[in-house]
Write a protein that binds this ligand. Structure first.
Ligand SMILES: Cc1cc2nc3c(=O)[nH]c(=O)nc-3n(C[C@H](O)[C@H](O)[C@H](O)COP(=O)(O)OP(=O)(O)OC[C@H]3O[C@@H](n4cnc5c(N)ncnc54)[C@H](O)[C@@H]3O)c2cc1C
Ligand code: HEM
Length: 416
């Protein structure tokens, strides 16, 4: 049922409280949900809970909704990433009631006396409206998944070292049935058992090759974490759980579970553009863009191309990209290497000045800035993606031509 004007006003009235206490509410909500339903630890990313990213991501959407509950259409583009992530993880409509129960209880606990019956009624209705929007879009996405529901076993057919700490896995379905196609740029969720925490864990990995009928390829970068001796005291991050397990313990013949390809960052293979394409990536971000690059080359599209990548060590896929470039006369490669690339962008852009300046030194012709139809595809850590998009927009590139994906949870807010 749509919100009444009174209910809208009550929901809007909680916005300033949510700005201050939203993360407390979200953290309490996840803690009580996971305490009461420990099996859901198999679904949620333990690192995003521990570092607060997931509670922050949830609050950001709820705040956007609460600020304007009567204009839900404005929210639709922001929900696309959430719905794709949900479908990739197999979230079902019945789980929305469970989440709503614990979320509204957490509202009540934190709001205390302010949680009057009428405010509670307004938020119950508001949650239903928001949940129904998500459920509706997720039903549409699931219908495109066909008979592939949930996770499916895949066998590791090949494990290839692409660069230091960077491995590709060729994965074939155990049931040997043909694989659905996907749009270059999309990802799968890969799920494995993580003995150190006693739960299954899923992580998203971009499909790094063009669509093939019999295997998917993902390419995984080891997350070493950040050690105290690397000089940035505020960041002592643990090594990543899933990437390290995959690289150290998973070999040819082992099984992993994958979900159907998903993700709204897609290269539209049906649109035949003619302008140049500039790919800009850092670290593992090259994986997403490689799938697009391979697709463009495989269909013999002769658009001018630039491949710009920065990483802390040797660039992954360097030989492959150089080999593609040798076969064309309109392909430019620029590789930046900085020992600090990883660290800088994990700690925020303030430390990324070196790379930012390198980027600003790139020739206009490498970036095809003078061509009004150049398309830019950017992928990497959140701060990198923000910096590079801002730099392009600052040089007069139209926002609609800058497409970006980032490898962390939550929304990426570009400068206005
Ligand atoms: C759409 C998408 C596509 C992606 N594609 C790729 C890809 O193609 N290749 C690729 O390599 N990666 C990709 N990623 C990233 C990937 O999903 C994982 O996030 C990455 O492999 C790290 O996972 P992990 O389990 O190893 O690390 P996690 O265990 O998830 O840890 C992640 C980070 O959180 C930190 N952390 C853990 N606990 C805490 C704590 N208590 N406090 C503070 N920080 C903490 C860790 O130190 C680590 O730096 C993609 C992500 C997305 C969203
Ligand atoms: C109105 C209800 C909901 C809202 C507003 C919401 C919002 C979000 C947001 C913003 C994200 C982060 C997306 C990203 O940037 O990657 C997310 C991820 C996720 N959501 Fe929801 N969600 C809702 C309901 C649910 C339900 C019902 C479930 C099922 C239990 C669920 C499980 C998850 C999981 C497992 C993730 C990924 C977490 C991670 O990777 O850390 N959500 N959701």
């Amino acid at each position: 049922m749509p919100l009444t004007p009174d209910q809208s006003a009550l929901v809007r009235g909680t916005v300033s409280f949510l700005r201050t206490h939203g993360e407390t509410i979200a953290s309490r909500f996840y803690a009580s949900l996971l305490r009461a339903h420990p099996d859901l630890n198999n679904l949620f990313n333990s690192a995003n809970q521990a570092n607060g990213r997931q509670p922050r991501a949830l609050v950001s959407v709820i705040l956007a909704y609460a600020a304007s509950p009567a204009h839900t259409y404005e929210l639709i583009p922001r929900l696309e990433r959430v719905c794709n992530k949900h479908c990739s993880l197999g979230i079902t409509p019945d789980q929305y009631d469970l989440v709503g129960k614990y979320l509204l209880e957490a509202f009540g606990e934190v709001l205390g006396e302010k949680w009057t019956p009428s405010l509670r009624g307004a938020w119950e209705n508001a949650y239903k409206v928001l949940a129904n929007m998500l459920i509706g879009r997720e039903a549409q996405l699931y219908s495109k998944f066909g008979s592939w529901k949930g996770f499916r076993f895949f066998r590791i057919e090949q494990k290839i070292c692409e660069a230091d700490d960077f491995y590709s896995f060729h994965l074939s379905p155990s049931d040997r049935k043909p694989l659905p196609s996907f749009s270059p740029g999309q990802y799968v969720s890969l799920r494995i058992d993580v003995p150190s925490i006693g739960y299954l864990q899923s992580r998203q990995y971009a499909l790094s090759e063009c669509p093939r009928k019999d295997y998917y390829r993902i390419s995984v970068k080891r997350d070493r974490g950040i050690q105290a001796n690397q000089g940035i005291e505020a960041f002592h991050l643990k090594p990543g759980l899933v990437s390290n397990l995959l690289i150290d313990k998973y070999e040819v013949g082992d099984l992993v579970s994958l979900s159907h390809p998903a993700g709204g960052f897609q290269f539209d293979v049906d649109v035949c553009g003619t302008g140049p394409i500039v790919f800009i990536s850092a670290g593992a971000g090259a994986t997403t863009l490689l799938s697009i690059l391979n697709n463009v080359v495989e269909r013999e599209d002769d658009r001018p191309l630039s491949w710009i990548h920065c990483s802390s060590r040797k660039a992954p896929f360097e030989e492959h990209v150089r080999c593609l470039a040798r076969a064309r006369d309109n392909f430019t490669i620029r590789l930046f290497q900085s020992q600090l690339a990883d660290l800088e962008y994990r700690c925020g852009s303030a430390h990324g000045e070196g790379l930012k300046m390198d980027f600003q030194k790139l020739e206009r012709k490498t970036l095809h800035l003078d061509h009004g139809a150049t398309e830019y595809y950017i992928c990497g850590p959140e701060a990198f993606t923000k910096d590079m998009s801002a730099s392009l927009l600052g040089q007069g590139v139209d926002r609609a031509r800058v497409k970006y994906e980032w490898f962390t949870t939550g929304e990426l807010q570009l400068a206005a």
